[in-house]
Design a protein around this ligand. Structure first.
Ligand code: IMP
Ligand code: MG
Length: 173
């Protein structure tokens, strides 16, 4: 275990097993709809790959990179550093995110896709931290619910570090 990790919450095996279940749910819910699965860079990449490998219906994939305007506290005003390619009008969108905390990021992403007239919009998140919510967002496909703790690993960072850890653990402050 990494010295900056207090304890492991979810092992790679647990995460992959949950991603497989979510992939099956998406395959069932979107059969014949060719959804566009969008991974939010950079935190979601590992979980994104695990989920997408388990989707058996036709789908397309793309990525977005977002940045909050303010430094430490989330304002919900997000800047798009990298956008999806082409039109999303009429597409069924599934956003794959690492963690939903305040919910401000994803509620602003939802507005973007409403403006662009997507046919539908759902959220798939590896982790859901509902204790800290500032705006209501509905997470249709949630990997695991966690308490109000800061976690790292499996894509999640603290100051850009620890994304490479093959498990999700509580960060040692
Ligand atoms: P929010 O839902 O708008 O507050 O923003 C969620 C974003 O905050 C996530 O995409 C992460 O980048 C970051 N974040 C929130 N909680 C954690 C955590 O426990 N570990 C690592 N990043 C986190
Ligand atoms: Mg993130």
């Amino acid at each position: 275990m990494h010295p900056k990790v207090e304890r492991i919450l979810f092992s790679e095996e647990q995460i992959k097993a949950r991603a497989k279940e979510i992939g099956s749910l998406i395959s069932r819910d979107y059969a014949g709809k060719t959804p566009l699965i969008i991974g939010i860079l950079r935190g979601s990449v590992m979980f994104f790959a695990d989920v997408v490998k388990n989707i058996s219906t036709d789908c397309t994939v793309d990525f977005m990179c977002l940045k909050s305007y303010s430094g430490t506290c989330s304002t919900g005003d997000v800047r798009t550093l990298l956008d999806v390619q082409g039109s999303v009008q009429g597409r069924h969108i599934i956003i794959v995110e690492d963690i939903v905390d305040t919910g401000l990021t994803l509620s602003s992403v939802k507005k973007i896709f409403e403006t662009r007239r997507a046919a539908s919009f759902e959220i798939c998140a590896m982790l859901d931290k509902p204790a800290n919510r500032k705006t209501e967002v509905s997470v249709k496909y949630a990997g695991f619910k966690i308490g109000n703790e800061f976690v790292v690993g499996y894509g999640l960072d603290y100051n850009e570090l620890y994304r490479n850890l093959p498990y999700i653990g509580v960060y040692k402050q």
